[in-house]
Design a protein around this ligand. Structure first.
Ligand code: 3PY
Length: 259
């Protein structure tokens, strides 16, 4: 995952993935088999319970693709479960301050010389296999290998974005444009057309560049993802399973009715 992000940062192909809202080993395997850099298992808004998260992570990692889990909130126990299941990266919604970002980082790091404040508990039984490692190798390298992604999606987050970006251990800031628009007082789905949202987006991107952090943006199509890539974002999805299923099936239904 870090190699794909570095490729994107160096001006190569963006680090692109897909978004899973449905549960299922076979669905995860099918999406990962399409050859994305990553697939995100959305445990914030998706219908994905704990055991289904485990299955999806295993399916994605065994396809040579990086599983990323979005947890519902910045709860250390949720980070621990997703990390222990073998996620290569964790996305945390609604990060609003440097203090919150630092707490997130500490929860995701094993205590070590580099991370004396780290408080992740040892006991990752299943994660090593999803990194093709044994337990000791995983224990030694997890702090460096697992990606910490915080979401910028509120007015307060944007006000503090330079400080959040400068937080040691935060790897990426990822814009949730719908929540950001809502927090700024607009209808979420109109985010692309709203100047204030785009100004906040540009400020977040600049904060990432200045702090040497990766920048990510939510996108539900290749066109939008490519636009964000041109703007300087390294990491974006280009769709979601629920959107693919409903758009395609509704389209076929409409065609059928017209035949
Ligand atoms: C948003 O658009 O607010 C997101 O977090 C993407 O799911």
């Amino acid at each position: 995952l870090r190699a794909a992000l570095e490729r994107a940062k160096a001006g190569g192909a963006p680090c692109v993935g897909q978004w899973m809202e449905f549960p299922g080993y076979t669905l995860a395997k099918t999406i990962a088999g399409l050859g994305f850099d990553w697939v995100l298992v959305d445990c914030e808004h998706g219908n994905i319970a704990d055991n289904e998260m485990y299955l999806a992570i295993g399916a994605i990692a065994s396809s040579g693709v990086s599983p990323i889990v979005r947890i519902p909130a910045d709860e250390p126990w949720m980070m621990k479960r997703a990390l222990d299941a073998g996620a290569h990266g964790i996305m945390i919604p609604m990060c609003e301050s440097k203090e919150q970002a630092a707490k997130i980082v500490n929860a995701m790091k094993y205590p070590s010389d580099r991370w004396p404040q780290g408080f992740r508990g040892s006991g990752a039984m299943f994660a090593p296999a999803n990194f093709n490692q044994n337990g000791a190798q995983y224990q030694r390298t997890a702090n460096d290998n697992t990606l910490i992604i915080v979401q910028i999606e509120t007015r307060k987050a944007v006000e503090n974005v330079e400080e959040i970006a400068s937080t040691d251990g935060v790897d990426m800031l990822f814009i949730g444009p719908n929540d950001l628009a809502a927090s700024l007082g607009y209808f979420p789905f109109d985010h692309a057309k709203i100047e204030e949202v785009q100004v906040a987006t540009a400020r977040t991107l600049k904060a990432c560049k200045d702090a040497g952090k990766y920048a990510g943006h939510f996108a539900l199509s290749a066109e939008i993802a490519a636009q964000r890539s041109k703007q300087g974002f390294e990491f974006m999805n280009c769709g979601a399973d629920i959107v693919a299923v409903t758009a395609w099936m509704a389209g076929e239904k409409a065609k059928m009715e017209a035949l």
